[in-house]
Design a protein around this ligand. Structure first.
Ligand SMILES: *[C@@H]1O[C@H](CO)[C@@H](O)[C@H](O)[C@H]1NC(C)=O
Ligand SMILES: *[C@@H]1O[C@H](CO)[C@@H](O)[C@H](O)[C@H]1NC(C)=O
Ligand SMILES: *[C@@H]1O[C@H](CO)[C@@H](O)[C@H](O)[C@H]1NC(C)=O
Ligand SMILES: *[C@@H]1O[C@H](CO)[C@@H](O)[C@H](O)[C@H]1NC(C)=O
Ligand SMILES: *[C@@H]1O[C@H](CO)[C@@H](O)[C@H](O)[C@H]1NC(C)=O
Ligand SMILES: *[C@@H]1O[C@H](CO)[C@@H](O)[C@H](O)[C@H]1NC(C)=O
Ligand SMILES: *[C@@H]1O[C@H](CO)[C@@H](O)[C@H](O)[C@H]1NC(C)=O
Ligand SMILES: [Cu+2]
Length: 252
């Protein structure tokens, strides 16, 4: 008893400050400005789940991301339904890499984490700037039950400026069980730029097994290269460390 008390007290002593004030090795996440007004991207989960266990069809849903008011941060609109009846609370994140053509969610690697924070300790919801940028459910709420879930929030720490380390549109969204097992994942596609719909905004790749509803419009841009947005390449005010971070994440 004594010994274990002493051990736990000293463990708190040693890690308490860090645990309460966890932040990235590179500090807290910076607020992202200059996001292109009117740009919207959307990730829609495919027809079939990546997870091969027993669920009643894939989770349905999407995450729409638009430039925040005044170009500050990104406004997210999240909607998920047909959730599994067990295995929650469910979590979802922006992962660094896109989903490969074969739909393998493992290949999306780890969370967008430009500041090298890591997953542990868990995100403190009262200090979102200290969390991994991609940990959206950590910052804005887990999905507790199996009822259809919707949420809307502004995240100041992610970006729609191509070239920024915090850029999300060339990455992916992954939906997990509470135990982190990956159920499904999706790339972002451009939904609109200033109200105009490029390419085929309503058709999305179905991930894994292929034979799903094919797009009638040929859409080389079903994922995001923002080719039309010439003025958008606003690299200057942003970070050049993303490759380093990706390298770190690949180790996790
Ligand atoms: C940890 O965070 C708390 C609350 O934000 C703050 O009061 C305290 O000074 C911080 N401690 C350190 C060592 O940064
Ligand atoms: C949308 O239009 C506004 C005003 O004309 C312009 O400043 C902005 O760059 C445009 N956004 C995109 C994504 O093209
Ligand atoms: C994760 O949770 C799901 C749902 O409860 C379960 O089926 C699966 O076996 C778990 N995976 C691991 C690795 O524990
Ligand atoms: C996701 O985007 C990447 C990069 O554009 C692409 O190679 C991949 O095929 C896309 N994945 C799916 C499932 O469409
Ligand atoms: C997905 O990719 C991972 C890592 O490359 C690999 O280990 C795994 O076997 C793949 N899973 C499927 C279902 O292809
Ligand atoms: C989920 O449950 C936790 C703990 O009970 C609570 O703090 C949180 O607000 C709930 N999240 C949502 C999105 O309702
Ligand atoms: C996504 O774009 C950022 C720059 O905005 C870049 O640093 C990163 O390597 C790209 N990621 C992928 C997977 O293409
Ligand atoms: Cu994740």
């Amino acid at each position: 008893m004594r010994v274990s008390n002493i051990i736990s007290i000293s463990a708190i002593g040693a890690s308490g400050v860090l645990a309460q004030n966890a932040t990235g090795q590179l500090g807290d996440a910076a607020v992202q400005t200059g996001n292109p007004i009117g740009l919207a991207v959307k990730a829609t989960l495919p027809e079939d789940p990546f997870w091969t266990g027993s669920i009643n069809g894939n989770v349905k849903g999407s995450l729409t991301a638009t430039s925040g008011a005044g170009g500050v941060g990104v406004d997210y609109e999240v909607s998920f339904s047909n959730l599994p009846t067990e295995g929650g609370p469910f979590i979802y994140h922006i992962h660094v890499a896109p989903v490969p053509e074969n739909g393998n969610c493992t290949s999306t690697l780890a969370h967008l984490d430009q500041y090298i924070r890591g997953e542990d300790p868990a995100c403190d919801i009262t200090r979102p700037e200290s969390c991994q940028q991609g940990d959206l459910s950590g910052k804005y709420g887990h999905i507790n039950g199996s009822a259809p879930f919707t949420a809307k929030y502004n995240d100041p720490y992610t970006s729609l400026v191509e070239g920024a380390g915090a850029y999300i549109a060339n990455r992916s969204v992954v939906f997990h069980f509470a135990n982190k097992t990956r159920i499904s994942c999706a790339n972002f596609s451009v939904l609109s730029t200033n109200g105009t719909l490029p390419a085929s905004p309503t058709s999305y790749p179905t991930g894994g097994s292929g034979s799903g509803s094919s797009t009638s419009t040929p859409s080389p841009s079903s994922t995001v290269p923002l080719t039309g947005a010439a003025g958008v390449l606003n690299v200057v005010k942003n970070f050049a460390i993303a490759p380093v971070v990706v390298a770190f994440l690949a180790l996790m």
